[in-house]
Design a protein around this ligand. Structure first.
Ligand SMILES: Nc1nc(=O)c2c([nH]1)NC[C@@H]1CN(c3ccc(C(=O)N[C@@H](CCC(=O)O)C(=O)O)cc3)C=[N+]21
Ligand SMILES: [Mg+2]
Length: 288
């Protein structure tokens, strides 16, 4: 039997509808429009596509959005000065610095992201928000991709409590926060990576398998337990117009119980949750 396809398009439109309602309610009750500022440094073509998608989605949901383009030779100090300006602007509730940064300032990434006020950190990358997620304090920002994956699992009524969740990949953006979120929902969590022994056997014991490796077709059908839920977080551009995930979808779909496609999967959820985080940020700032 072929797996249920977990369509990012359908879940994202559900989450965006929820976001729209909250935007209207904020307007009605407090006369506030959530505002998002996205900073893009340099000329990365993929980044431009993503930033445009974010801007368009803001319009769709009713969020005010500003895209701030800075030249590739922007210094760390100039970028932090811009972030600081946005930290102080009341109508901006969320700040996102699009990654990757140009090579010249890649090494300063931590200092740059730490300059964002944690209350406006809609990526959830600031150490304060990472810490809040770790200790289960629910007034922080949750990174958009894992947040979207969790919301999708809940919306699809896939059991998390007591399930074995195996995450392949230990990045700060996906693997680690995904593990914390699933743990908070009472999953038994295993995080695997490039040094893991017996990867295939561990993956095969997963009820929920999250692939966030960054290698095309890394997860093959023989690594999947029949009936398992497979979430593919990979976005690998293997040709100018050809995007594939980390999962060998065509074969995996015959084994899994439910599976996300690429494209049309988790990427769309990521943007939808950025909308939700901007709204959450506006609500948090209202309370302060
Ligand atoms: N500070 C920061 N925050 C991010 O959240 C962030 C970032 N930097 N840098 C790059 C990654 C990547 N990312 C994606 C967002 C949407 C899609 C998406 O919408 N994908 C669609 C279409 C993709 C396409 O066709 O190009 C899909 O999968 O169907 C993908 C990837 C956010 N990122
Ligand atoms: Mg099947």
């Amino acid at each position: 039997m072929s797996a249920q396809i977990l369509s990012g398009k359908i879940f994202a439109s559900e989450f965006k509808e929820e976001a729209k309602k909250q935007v209207l309610a904020l307007k009605e009750q407090y006369n506030i429009t959530p505002g998002l500022a996205v900073i893009i440094v340099g000329e990365n073509p993929a980044s431009k596509v993503y930033v445009n998608n974010k801007h368009r989605t803001c319009e769709e949901v009713g969020i005010y959005s500003e895209v701030i383009s800075m030249p590739a030779d922007t210094t760390k100090e100039q970028l932090i000065a811009k972030i600081d300006e946005l930290n102080y602007r009341q109508e901006i509730h969320g700040i996102l610095v699009q990654l990757p940064l140009p090579e010249a300032i890649t090494k300063e990434e931590a200092d740059i992201l730490n300059a964002i006020c944690p209350l406006k950190d809609v990526d959830g990358f600031h150490p304060v928000n990472v810490g809040k997620l770790m200790i289960g304090q629910d007034d922080g920002m949750i990174p958009c991709t894992p947040y979207g994956c969790l919301k999708m699992l809940q919306s699809a009524k896939i059991n998390i409590d007591g399930a074995h969740a195996v995450i392949v990949g230990r990045s700060n953006i996906v693997g680690k926060p995904m593990g914390q979120l699933l743990l908070a929902q009472n999953a038994t969590v295993t995080i695997c990576h490039s040094h893991t022994h017996n990867l295939k056997e561990i993956c095969r014991s997963a009820d929920i398998l999250v692939a966030a490796v960054g290698r095309p077709h890394f997860i093959t059908a023989d690594m999947i337990k029949p009936g398992a839920t497979v979430i593919d977080v990979g976005i690998n551009r293997i040709a100018p117009k050809k995007l594939v995930g980390d999962v060998d979808f065509d074969n995996a779909v015959e084994v899994a119980g439910a599976i996300t496609p690429v494209p049309g999967g988790v990427g769309l959820l990521t943007i939808a949750m950025l909308m939700q985080n901007t709204i959450n940020a506006a609500k948090l700032q209202l309370a302060k």
